[in-house]
Ligand binder design. Structure first.
Ligand code: FMN
Length: 246
């Protein structure tokens, strides 16, 4: 597999850095998509570009199931049914153990605050109040419909690998999302699928050796759905940057 570095990789000058920046800064988590299909060639291009993501000792630990059409719809139907079941009987959640903890069990205050801001910001925008459990459930379930996107990616990694491979995977995922932006597409990375990992694995035909990393919705965003006006915001770089010059 190793070859020589392509001379263009060395010589390439990014003549329009703004386009690169724009592909990054215009990415956000879209939560409503149009049903318009996405050309397979575009999806192939995006995944091919993303292969250039770095990974420790070039492990390239990613595996992606691209779900469209009936395969997508079957997964959606099964997981939505399971999600309803768990809503009615929370005890059933234990039938679907996650492959890894994406979130901490105990949240340090600063992150808990950001999590709350994010959740209530989104629900507030949609007019969903704190006690409105049914509406919250319905909104959450849109995750399991890929927010209406015609393409769903299910991302897995070999269980035998270590935490570093999740670092690699994050870079790969970001490459996918940026390459999607460069082609007029939007995405939403989704840890929500992890809550039904065994079901997802079975439905997509993944083996037990594969650990579910996350799902990704991919498609053309619905510009008229208010959910897509939600901006999660960010703290400035200076708030987390420590300069040591001497
Ligand atoms: C790995 C990963 C998993 C995520 N899982 C979900 C999810 O299940 N559902 C969802 O609506 N958003 C999910 N998000 C989106 C985050 O909420 C979002 O990235 C964050 O609030 C920042 O907003 P932005 O992506 O719009 O800039 C996930 C993001 C990442 C990186």
């Amino acid at each position: 597999m190793p070859t020589r570095v392509n001379p263009s990789q060395v010589a390439t000058v990014i003549s329009d850095p703004k386009s690169v920046d724009l592909a990054i800064t215009s990415r956000f988590s879209a939560r409503a998509f149009l049903p318009n299909p996405v050309d397979r060639s575009l999806i192939e291009e995006i995944l091919q570009v993303a292969t250039r993501a770095p990974s420790g000792v070039n492990t390239q630990p990613w595996k992606v199931y691209v779900l469209q059409g009936a395969a997508r719809d079957r997964l959606v139907a099964r997981v939505c049914a399971a999600h309803d079941l768990v809503y009615r009987d929370p005890e059933r959640a234990k039938d679907f153990p996650r492959d890894y903890d994406y979130y901490p069990l105990q949240w340090p205050p600063v992150y808990l605050e950001r999590r709350r801001e994010n959740g209530w910001g989104l629900y507030g925008l949609l007019g969903i109040g704190k006690g409105d459990k049914d509406k919250m459930h319905q909104q959450h379930q849109k995750n399991y419909r890929f927010f209406g996107a015609p393409v769903g990616l299910i991302c897995t990694v070999d269980r035998a690998l270590a935490a570093g491979s999740l670092v690699d995977y994050g870079m790969f995922l970001q490459c996918i999302m940026i390459a999607a932006r460069a082609r007029g597409l939007h995405t939403c990375p989704q840890a929500a699928w992890n809550d039904f990992a065994p079901l997802v694995r079975e439905e997509v035909g993944a083996t037990d050796q594969e650990s579910l990393v996350c799902g990704v919705s991919l498609g053309y965003l619905d510009p008229h759905d208010p959910v897509n006006t939600f901006d999660a915001g960010r703290v400035d770089a200076q708030s987390f940057t420590v300069w040591r010059d001497s």
